[in-house]
Design a protein around this ligand. Structure first.
Ligand SMILES: *[C@@H]1O[C@H](CO)[C@@H](O)[C@H](O)[C@H]1NC(C)=O
Ligand SMILES: *[C@@H]1O[C@H](CO)[C@@H](O)[C@H](O)[C@H]1NC(C)=O
Ligand SMILES: *[C@@H]1O[C@H](CO)[C@@H](O)[C@H](O)[C@H]1NC(C)=O
Ligand SMILES: *[C@@H]1O[C@H](CO)[C@@H](O)[C@H](O)[C@H]1NC(C)=O
Length: 344
């Protein structure tokens, strides 16, 4: 879900721990069915209806889900701690709740390891009465490497196993904003799309690799976002298998220099071969942006080329060094949806 290097490292460390356990028990025991945590046992049944339109939400824990607009949501990917209350509530609204899946790719080159990993995910999903899995692997892969083939196989085998074992279940895969080896993720995108229910396209963190001037730009510039979708469609990926991911956060950059026309030069922080990246900035939530924008130095501004809002502000302690910060806001969601590229 997030391409930030720091988060990725943390997630990998955690997954390692799980996998070592998996190795000790390559064929997990069928889970003793946990008692249904919901008031009505019917709410423990996986959701079976198919949808024409997906509204897929990543939930990172806490109780924010209580304020979601549940009339819209079709699937919640549970990236936080398992919350049975969330599961029961989502099922009462006919929404799916899916697991997060991640695994070090060098480990899944071996087919028996893939099999053990899939069995473990299935056991967990069943035990928690969940409706599928969202595979979020953001690791580097070279084209035609053993990992390249193993990843496509992993997605295919996971989908087959989940569809077979949990009726109506959903298997999805998170991809970068463009299929063109973003962050050295050279995957078999068309093969993966074919092998799962749909791709979740992360149309954000689009400055993870800055190849031109090291200047702050929007989390998801409009043109860049569309170019990404066009590239997926050119690979003959079924448009129905592309779900657009919209960010609810922005980036806050410290500018080395802020020109009069609001061009913010950022420090060089390389990422996966690119000289500069959004890792020079800090992710800020939508809420924090909304609280700050009106009292900022510039107020809300609009970058016409990127079709994205932004603002500049100044940190008082640093004023004498003339250091400014620029927070790149997210799109106004309403505008984004109405302007979204809707493939035929
Ligand atoms: C991608 O995966 C599909 C499905 O497994 C396969 O048919 C195709 O040959 C693969 N493409 C490449 C370039 O490896
Ligand atoms: C830094 O910003 C100032 C003020 O707008 C501008 O005159 C100058 O050209 C900028 N310097 C660089 C290196 O971009
Ligand atoms: C910020 O300003 C806009 C435009 O003037 C206004 O609509 C909005 O309510 C203000 N937000 C806050 C939090 O004050
Ligand atoms: C985006 O597209 C518009 C219209 O085609 C064009 O005017 C603008 O320069 C483009 N922006 C970028 C960053 O390419």
């Amino acid at each position: 879900m997030s391409g930030r290097p720091a988060l990725g490292g943390l997630a990998r460390a955690w997954v390692w721990a799980l996998l070592l356990l998996g190795l000790c028990a390559p064929s997990p025991q069928p889970a003793p069915a946990d008692p249904c945590p919901c008031e009505e046992s019917a709410l423990c049944r996986p959701v079976r209806d198919s949808r024409d339109f997906e509204v897929f939400v990543f939930d990172v824990g806490g109780k924010a889900w209580k304020s979601y607009d549940w009339s819209q949501i079709t699937t919640v990917a549970a990236f936080g701690k398992y919350d049975p209350e969330l599961l029961c509530f989502a099922h009462s609204k006919g929404s799916r709740v899916v697991l997060k899946g991640d695994v070090p790719l060098k480990n899944i080159v071996e087919p028996t390891f893939r099999e053990a990993w899939i069995a473990k995910q299935l056991t967990l999903a069943k035990k928690q009465y969940m409706d599928g899995i969202n595979i979020d692997i953001e690791q580097e892969v070279e084209e035609s490497s053993p990992e390249y083939y193993a990843l496509t196989a992993l997605v295919k085998e996971t989908t087959e196993a989940f569809h077979r074992e949990i009726e109506g279940s959903q298997v999805t895969f998170d991809v970068a904003w463009s299929p063109k080896c973003i962050d050295k993720r050279c995957y078999n995108y068309s093969g993966i799309a074919e092998s799962c229910d749909f791709l979740f396209v992360m149309s954000y963190d689009e400055q993870s690799q800055i190849w031109t001037e090291c200047i702050a730009a929007a989390n998801a510039p409009y043109n860049q976002t569309l170019i990404g979708y066009e590239s997926y469609l050119k690979m003959n990926i079924d448009p129905k298998k592309l779900v657009m991911g919209v960010p609810w956060y922005g980036y806050d950059y410290h500018c080395l220099n802020l020109s009069e026309d609001h061009v913010c030069t950022i420090p060089k922080v390389p990422f996966r071969g690119a000289p500069c990246s959004d890792a020079a900035g800090r992710q800020v939530t939508y809420k924090a942006i909304m609280q700050q924008v009106n009292s900022s130095l510039s107020g809300s501004q609009w970058n016409a080329q990127q079709q994205a809002p932004y603002y500049n502000y100044k940190v008082s302690g640093l004023e004498k060094f003339c250091n400014y910060l620029v927070a790149e806001q997210l799109y106004h969601p309403q505008k984004y949806y109405s302007a979204a590229y809707l493939p035929q």
